[in-house]
Design a protein around this ligand. Structure first.
Ligand code: LLP
Length: 406
């Protein structure tokens, strides 16, 4: 990779500095178009799960492509407003939601998705005679790592699918109209069958509610991180979901709206974290290329043992060597090349000090999970398209890091 969106990597670094998050706008647009096209069922809506990346410029691109927003905190809602989304285009799916959050959403006129019986009770007292969506835990989950499985008995999310009677009696107690059923079973799923298994249970639950307007099957669509990974067959995914949903609507007697709320699938592959190598050293077991970034900027390898392919943008034709790529944070886990059990070298064209490396597929849960650990600022973010690059978030400064001190 010597260029992103037809802009040379060396020019990007010269102009915006290093480390740097770069997003390719064409990939953002392509992914949402592919997903929409795959779903033949006409009455559908994509809600972008903006927890994966809340840069408003990215959110604006998805709005232009017709997306709505899945928001999980009042601050995500505020960013969505900044990006131009209207209240009716946002579904609020908080977890362990406080009364203040519910009140905030009511004030802003935002549809809430309720994830516990206690929440229905509190919401009902606060706002009887209104419309709600219910998050169901369908008793099964899936995901690329245990931390990202959000269905089944080990998951804290949603109301268990066998509590339908309790949901109904609370709803009738407060005259709440259940207009939506929601479920999200996990993140980073590459098997269509995992989705269908959950969808069957959700639809089984949904038939008990007669006032529905939409059913939201959540996000979770995986992307291929390793070169050998097969991506999800998105045409097949869309076709199976459409088929199953159409059949349900026929039985139900009305054509409901089909919602999906992906994050990673829409934004993951568009993002690259560019870093600069400033140190090369060897131990008896590894050669390390040390860089000017770390898990403060991309925590996925350390948290989930996630693989992110790394390319040498400065020496793409060099002879590949096995090497570990590390960061500048003061913890041994600060290595970009690992697999959950330990360090896993990658084969990368010869790395020299000063080289720029591209850490691929970093658009989802990269910047949004970045921190200021070790009191280091977070990188700038840049969007590229057709040979043009524009800054979409400036690099943090020391003042940014200290402005909340009193
Ligand atoms: N909807 C809900 C209710 C969610 O909790 C999530 C993700 C999504 C949608 C979007 O899931 P996606 O399509 O992006 O898989 N930090 C982890 C992923 C955590 C996902 C949390 N919830 C990672 O880096 O792999």
């Amino acid at each position: 990779m010597v260029a992103i969106g037809k802009v040379k990597v060396s020019q990007l670094i010269e102009r915006f500095g290093s480390p740097l998050y770069v997003y390719d706008e064409d990939i953002l647009r392509d992914r949402i178009k592919i997903l929409k096209k795959s779903i033949g069922y006409p009455n559908k809506q994509i809600l972008y799960a903006c927890k994966s990346n809340t840069n408003p410029s990215i959110m604006k691109v998805f709005r232009e492509e017709g997306a709505w927003i899945d928001a999980v905190s009042p601050w995500e809602v505020e960013i969505a407003f900044k990006a131009g989304y209207q209240s009716h285009e946002i579904l609020y799916t908080g977890d362990n939601v406080t009364d203040e959050e519910m009140k905030y959403c009511l004030d802003k006129n935002i549809q809430q998705n309720l994830g516990s019986l206690s929440q229905i009770e509190r919401y009902g007292k606060m706002n009887p005679h209104s419309h709600i969506c219910i998050r169901i835990n369908p008793d099964c989950g899936a995901g690329h790592h245990g931390h990202t499985i959000t269905g089944g008995p080990e998951s804290k999310f949603g109301i268990y699918f066998d509590k339908i009677d309790k949901i109904k009696s609370l709803a009738s107690k407060y005259d709440l109209k259940i207009v939506g059923i929601h479920s999200h079973i996990g993140s980073g799923i590459l098997e269509v069958d995992e989705f269908i298994k959950a969808i069957d249970i959700i639809l089984g639950a949904a038939q008990h509610f007669k006032t529905l307007e939409f059913i939201d099957f959540g996000g979770g669509i995986g992307i291929p991180y390793r070169p050998r990974d097969h991506g999800i067959d998105i045409a097949h995914f869309g076709q199976r979901i459409s088929q199953r949903f159409s059949q349900f609507c026929k039985e139900y007697g009305r054509n409901l709206s089909l919602y999906l709320e992906p994050g990673r699938f829409l934004v993951g592959e568009s993002g690259t974290l560019l870093v600069t190598v400033n140190n090369i050293k060897e131990t008896p077991t590894h050669k390390f290329a040390g860089t000017n970034s770390g898990f403060n900027h991309l925590i996925r390898p350390m948290t989930y043992g996630s693989y992110h392919e790394i390319v040498n943008c400065s020496n793409p034709e060099g002879t590949p060597h096995k090497i570990a790529v590390s960061g500048n944070i003061c913890e041994s886990g600060d290595v970009f090349t690992q697999n959950g059990k330990g360090i896993e070298d990658q084969s990368i064209p010869e790395i020299r000090e000063g080289d720029i490396l591209g850490i691929l597929n970093a658009g989802a849960y990269g910047f949004s999970m970045a921190s200021n650990y070790n009191t280091r600022p977070r990188p700038a973010e840049v969007m590229v398209r057709d040979g043009q690059a524009r800054l979409i978030r400036r690099r943090e400064t020391f003042d940014d890091l200290t402005q909340t001190l009193v």
